[in-house]
Unconditional design. Structure first.
Lengths: 674, 101
């Protein structure tokens, strides 16, 4: 079975390699067929090995000194579930993308990147050691970067993918530190040895300020540092506070990318990491996780209340639901957190695909009428339920699952988390009660913004007619490639896929697979009050939204233009804060260094340059006046002598005779004198 | 009496005058006259010393030869002067200085 899983992982890689060399519509089919085969194989693997023992295969990869690094597969319940989930989400997205990106010029490149992403995500969930985990963690981040900036000619897309990559990098640093600390303490990278039943991590403990493990001990601070690193990685990948600002901006990419990566799979990688290293955390760290998750969920829900961009509402909704999952991990509701991960993947992907269809149709309206509207803005939509009935039904199902209404899968997972939150806070001091209460409030806020979204988009009248009264509208549901994914995903948002009992989450096969045995017996009052209260008030909140947005009664409890609205609309000013605290100083440092380089460094070079020029001038003068002067002097002397001697050659015969006479007389005088 | 020395002095004076004429005069004919005068001085010297060779009369013979040669030289020199005049239109030796540097 392990080799089947390996095949499922490698098929998208094969598609990636093939797509690098071919162009045109064939790339879409290659990727989709690869994912289809991968999905089929995952189903086979799932049916044979889920709830069986874990399968662990590894081989030595390479050796450095005494250390050996292994490469291998680990197929426990978590891996197999994620393998199946990723494939089942990727398949509808591929089918949808074939139509959605059909007119794009870089269609081939899109499917290449998409296949690369699918390969990295599938590989991430099945590897068995931390080194390979880190590799594919980074590769997933990189594929996300490629896909967010797919329309690279848009300035905003480039800013968004840069932001996403940098924030993910911060998380990567955290993960690396954590891996190194764990290795320093336990001397192994293997996930089974570290985190399995009775593994090395669960055998380690604190004593006298030291972190003691079988074979080594280091100061206890390192355990906190390692967990801090893991937190950082989770915050970056799963968009928790404080590293959440990249996810709303990542909506600049194509909607099908948002559906796959930023709703269902990549952002779930953080939760997956938590699931893998769960035995590592002690109580204090788990409490910290709970608070971070709770705060993020609440914050994102408040922001989603006022946003007008369709995809941004869904992005903040994703952040909020991921906060639910992180919080669930923190309160020891491991099974519920993973359950929520799976159900969230389905309904969020569904909602994003719905958004994709709606935006696509609004884009048609914009192009055919040359309007200057933003096709993603919900203020221009309305009344689409009559024109796109299938999409409307899909949106209703997805929205209901997100709110957590009964008979949907979301009800099972979300209510499970809330019930366990109340049970957990009972075991702690009174201050911890704030977590479940905030989560309740968040759930009602979720109901409100989902209802607002659906009412504004699908009910009422088409508000783009307010801009231009006569509008040619060919809005419809789209071809089979849009409908079939929506239908498939809608079916998975309903309860029968997960549990035969629509009201009891403990009966779900998924929940039972991850929980330890005796948890099921503790039925207390929370198990009835919470679902009842939550859902009744959710329905009340939905009715409130209906009243406000459709019937337009002035029942809004808060005014539209006070500080609370602005705070929410501007995303709690996080972007501005990060810009001022981090971005501007770095840019200022950059300009400062540029100034330094230009003035000081280049100035120094110019100084040397000037010295050399001056030296060369001196040499020039020396050469011209001294050396050449000496030569000129010599020639002048020779010339003078020559002129002097030449003066004797007058050409006058008598002069010659006279000189001959003079010489002879001188000779005789000379002879007689000596 | 008139000794040998008197003849030699006269010959020397004649030679010097002839030399002076050759060196100073601006006319080629006058230079020829000077040359003649120098030749004559030499002939006088020859005759003066001829008194010691009464047996062969070597001095007298040599003097006759020299006179003839002087005449021949003058003839040739005059031919040259004529050609010089034809070419340079002057017989002033100072003006015929084409061989100067």
């Amino acid at each position: 079975m392990a080799y089947h899983a390996l095949a499922a992982v490698l098929l998208p890689l094969l598609a990636f390699v093939i797509n690098c060399f071919i162009k045109g519509k064939a790339t879409g089919w290659v990727s989709t067929i690869a994912i289809l085969l991968s999905a089929v194989i995952s189903i086979i693997v799932f049916s044979h090995t889920f709830n069986g023992g874990a399968i662990h295969l590894s081989r030595v990869w390479f050796t450095i000194g005494d250390t050996q690094l292994y490469a291998g597969l680990l197929l426990n319940n978590l891996s197999i579930l994620m393998l199946l989930l990723v494939n089942l989400i990727a398949l509808p997205v591929h089918i949808f993308s074939m139509a959605y990106m059909g007119h794009d010029q870089r269609y081939g490149r899109y499917f290449t990147c998409l296949s690369l992403f699918c390969f990295s995500m599938l590989a991430l969930v099945v590897v068995d050691n931390m080194v390979l985990f880190y590799t594919f963690w980074e590769l997933v981040g990189f594929s996300s970067y490629l896909l967010i900036g797919f329309w690279y000619k848009k300035e905003k897309a480039i800013q968004a993918n840069k932001k996403a990559f940098i924030m993910n990098r911060i998380g990567d640093v955290g993960l690396l530190i954590a891996i190194l600390v764990i290795y320093a303490q336990f001397h192994t990278f293997d996930l089974v040895k570290l985190f399995g039943q009775g593994g090395l991590v669960s055998q380690s403990f604190f004593k006298d300020g030291l972190w003691i493990a079988p074979g080594a001990s280091i100061p206890a601070i390192w355990q906190y540092i390692a967990c801090g690193g893991i937190f950082l990685a989770v915050c970056a990948k799963s968009a928790q506070f404080p590293l959440h600002t990249w996810l709303p901006d990542a909506m600049e990419g194509p909607t099908s990318v948002s559906a796959l990566i930023h709703a269902a799979t990549m952002v779930a990688a953080g939760i997956f990491l938590l699931g893998r290293v769960y035995p590592m955390f002690n109580t204090a760290e788990l409490d910290a996780l709970a608070f971070i998750g709770c705060f993020t969920a609440f914050m994102a829900a408040t922001i989603a209340l006022t946003q007008n961009d369709l995809k941004r509402i869904l992005a903040f909704s994703t952040i909020s639901q991921l906060g639910f999952m992180v919080m669930a991990m923190g309160i020891n509701a491991y099974a519920s957190s993973l359950f929520h991960l799976v159900t969230h993947a389905f309904f969020k992907c569904l909602l994003f695909l719905v958004a994709g269809v709606v935006i696509h149709e609004m884009q048609h309206v914009k192009d055919e009428n040359q309007l200057d509207i933003d096709p993603q803005n919900i203020l221009y939509m309305g009344g689409l339920r009559k024109r796109m009935p299938l999409t409307f039904i899909a949106a209703i199902i997805g929205g209901a699952a997100l709110v957590g209404l009964p008979l949907t899968s979301g009800y099972l997972s979300k209510d499970g988390i809330l019930i366990q939150a109340f049970e957990w806070s009972d075991t702690k001091s009174i201050g911890y009660k704030i977590v479940p209460i905030m989560m309740l409030i968040t759930s009602w806020l979720t109901a409100f913004y989902v209802a607002r979204l659906i009412f504004k988009v699908f009910f009422g009248k088409l508000r783009v007619l307010d801009v231009k009264p006569v509008v040619i509208c060919h809005i419809s549901d789209g071809g089979w490639q849009y409908r079939v994914p929506l239908i498939l995903l809608s079916l998975c948002c309903l309860f029968p896929v997960f549990s035969l009992d629509p009201l009891l989450y403990e009966q779900s096969w998924l929940f039972k697979a991850f929980t330890t045995a005796d948890h099921l017996e503790r039925m207390n009052i929370y198990h009835t009050i919470i679902p009842a209260g939550l859902n009744i008030l959710s329905i009340a909140v939905i009715y409130l939204a209906y009243a406000i947005y459709i019937q337009e009664r002035k029942m809004l409890p808060f005014a539209q233009n006070n500080w609370a609205f602005d705070f929410s609309y501007n995303q709690w000013y996080f972007n501005k804060a990060y810009n001022t605290i981090f971005v501007k100083p770095v840019l200022a440092l950059g300009s400062g260094l540029f100034w330094f380089d230009r003035k000081v460094v280049d100035g120094f070079i110019r100084l040397l340059q000037n010295i050399l020029l001056w030296l060369s001038k001196v040499a020039d003068v020396m050469d011209r006046y001294v050396i050449d002067g000496f030569l000129h002097l010599l020639t002048a002397i020779v010339q003078y002598i020559g002129n002097f001697v030449r003066s004797f050659q007058t050409g006058r015969v008598q002069y010659y005779l006279l000189s001959m006479l003079a010489v002879i007389v001188a000779w005789f005088i000379f002879k007689t004198l000596i | 009496m008139i000794s040998l020395t008197h003849y030699l002095v006269v010959s020397a004076i004649l030679f010097c005058i002839g030399l002076y004429v050759v060196l100073v005069k601006r006319n080629a004919i006058q230079i020829l006259i000077g040359i003649e005068m120098m030749l004559n001085a030499a002939i006088l010297n020859l005759v003066a010393f001829g008194q010691f060779d009464r047996h062969n009369n070597g001095g007298q013979m040599f003097a006759l030869f020299a006179i003839v040669l002087a005449a021949a030289t003058t003839a040739v020199a005059l031919a040259i002067v004529l050609n010089v005049y034809r070419r340079y239109k002057t017989i002033d030796p100072d003006k015929v200085d084409q061989l100067k540097d």
